[in-house]
Design a protein around this ligand. Structure first.
Ligand code: XMP
Ligand code: MG
Length: 175
């Protein structure tokens, strides 16, 4: 089945915003070593672009959180990939594709805090604050969007669309 897509952010506008975020992050962490933790899988494209626009040295690691889904989602999250670097005393920046209800982000922050980092901040390319269920906000936000389902630039619909250079709204047609 073909995905019906409407353009939202072009690759050029994403690149421009990534450069702006990278400038702020480079300034904020100019005198502190920074450890990027990209959230698999969606955050990988953003993290790859962001790290190459930073003007400070960084390390890169990954985390993967899976929500238990099913009819009665408990909001419980299981980590199927964990960073391999020791994180105690590190300055961590979690790099996410999108902040939606905030359940995943809260679980990631709680889990990473257990490693006793020196600091823990979050950067998300997209933010849907209107969908928030948990009290969490990112320190760095690329674009704030309405309650839309988007794909491209790492974001998927059932694993499809991650490779698209632009971000598109997925039209959900009611049968
Ligand atoms: P929560 O609700 O825990 O969800 O903040 C974050 C995760 O939900 C997925 N998500 C999306 N994926 N387009 C996507 O491709 C979207 O519009 C969207 N909204 C939420 C995503 O995996 C994210 O990490
Ligand atoms: Mg997904």
């Amino acid at each position: 089945m073909e995905l019906k897509l409407t353009p939202l952010f072009s690759a050029a506008s994403i690149q421009q915003r990534v450069i702006e975020l990278a400038r702020r992050i480079s300034d904020d962490f100019a005198d502190r070593p920074l450890c990027l933790i990209a959230v698999l899988k969606g955050g990988v494209v953003f993290a790859a672009d962001l790290m190459r626009e930073l003007t400070i040295p960084v390390t890169l690691d990954f985390i993967r959180a899976r929500s238990y889904d099913g009819a009665n989602s408990t909001g419980q999250v299981k980590f199927t990939t964990m960073p391999t670097h020791p994180l105690a005393g590190q300055n961590i920046l979690v790099v996410e594709d999108i902040l939606d209800t905030g359940c995943t982000a809260v679980s990631i922050v709680e889990r990473l805090r257990q490693e006793n980092p020196a600091s823990l901040a979050m950067c998300t390319l997209l933010d849907k604050p209107c969908r928030r269920k948990m009290p969490v906000n990112a320190d760095y936000v690329g674009f704030t969007i309405d309650d839309l389902f988007v794909v491209g630039y790492g974001l998927d619909y059932e694993e499809r669309g991650r490779e698209l250079p632009d971000i598109h709204v997925l039209e959900t047609r009611k049968a």
